[in-house]
Design a protein around this ligand. Structure first.
Ligand SMILES: O=P(O)(O)OC[C@H]1O[C@](O)(COP(=O)(O)O)[C@@H](O)[C@@H]1O
Ligand SMILES: [Mg+2]
Ligand SMILES: [Mg+2]
Length: 315
């Protein structure tokens, strides 16, 4: 089976970029072990402080951030680290060619119930500064800590999936993931319905109407509540994920963060043939205004994303 290091040799001739991906993979392999034994080690529960977004940090949010920081600190190619758990960007190797933006532990509300969580990362050329469009990404990936630990990675070409073996090796298990163009599954937190805009309400209403509605087919709803797990399902078998702007999140710009949640996921979904949008503009086209900026996120199977865009176009 092809290892991650072998795949990187064929995927890029930039040794610095390959080393950044390998550092994130090494951090995630370590985290996989930490998460597996966290209840035994008494590492579940709150850390006792909040992050820059005002969210209560879990002990494992802090530990995950430390593990990622440790692995990137030793890499001369990494000039800057932006993390959900760090107020400011951290400057690492002087002259390093790359910047990494990461959500070291995504879905942490699911930690204490042993549901899939993840690590998300985006790699950008450091020369472009802290605030670059998603289009500028050199690579992006995530790791899903589920029944298997999966690394999903894309440089410029296809999206590959590697599975962590018991011996600690990343082995390629999917060569070119493809998001099916059509799907009958949507993922949205329906408890927020009272806050939704007309486009979201319209899209979901049409979908729930099934065969007799305007979509003309039956839908299922799936919502794990870990973005990594919801996007992984969509990358593997199609569907659409929506965390739209709603009347409660509008003042913050949305719920999910652009640099280390929306951009890397959009890079992967688009690389697998899907689409991504805020409803009105492609996620990868957004020019960031802050490192912890939040944005509306809609991505997945092309036909479904186009249906949502159709609703937003109605105004
Ligand atoms: O509280 P909600 O609406 O279910 O939000 C779920 C979303 O929040 C997140 O957990 C936010 O990520 P973090 O856990 O990294 O803060 C996403 O993974 C998920 O899609
Ligand atoms: Mg997250
Ligand atoms: Mg997080």
């Amino acid at each position: 089976m092809t290892t991650l290091a072998q795949w990187l040799e064929t995927e890029t001739d930039d040794a610095a970029l390959a080393s950044v991906v390998l550092s994130m993979a090494a951090a995630s392999a370590e985290l996989s072990g930490v998460l597996r034994e966290a209840p035994i080690a008494g590492q579940t529960g709150l850390a006792g402080h909040t992050n820059v977004q005002g969210e209560a940090q879990k002990a494992l949010d802090v530990i995950s951030n430390d593990v990622v920081l440790k692995h990137l600190t030793g890499n001369a190619a990494v000039a800057v680290l932006i993390s959900e758990e760090l107020d400011e960007a951290v400057h690492l190797a002087e002259g390093g060619a790359y910047l990494v933006a990461t959500d070291p532990l995504d879905g942490s509300s699911n930690l204490d119930v042993n549901v899939t969580v993840g690590t998300i990362f985006s790699v950008l050329p450091s020369a472009g500064g802290l605030l670059q469009q998603g289009r500028a990404q050199a690579a992006a990936g995530y790791v899903a800590y589920g029944p298997a630990t999966s690394l999903v990675i894309r440089i410029k070409g296809d999206v590959s999936v590697f599975t962590l073996s018991a011996a600690g090796e990343w082995l390629q298990t999917v060569v070119a993931a493809k998001v099916p163009e059509a799907s009958g599954e949507f993922a949205i937190n329906t408890a927020r319905e009272r806050f939704w805009d007309a486009a979201t309400t319209g899209y979901v209403k049409d979908s729930v109407a099934g065969e007799t509605g305007p979509a003309g087919k039956r839908y299922n709803m799936r919502w794990v509540g870990s973005m990594v797990a919801d996007i992984h399902r969509i990358l593997m078998r199609g569907g659409i994920f929506l965390y739209p702007l709603d009347s409660e999140t509008v003042s913050k710009g949305g719920r999910l963060r652009l640099l280390y949640e929306a951009n890397p996921m959009a890079w992967l979904v688009e690389g697998a043939g899907g689409l991504s949008t805020t409803g009105t503009i492609g996620i990868l086209e957004i020019v960031p205004t802050g490192i912890h900026q939040r944005v509306p996120v809609i991505l997945g199977s092309a036909e479904e994303v186009k249906r949502v865009e159709g609703w937003y176009a109605k105004g």
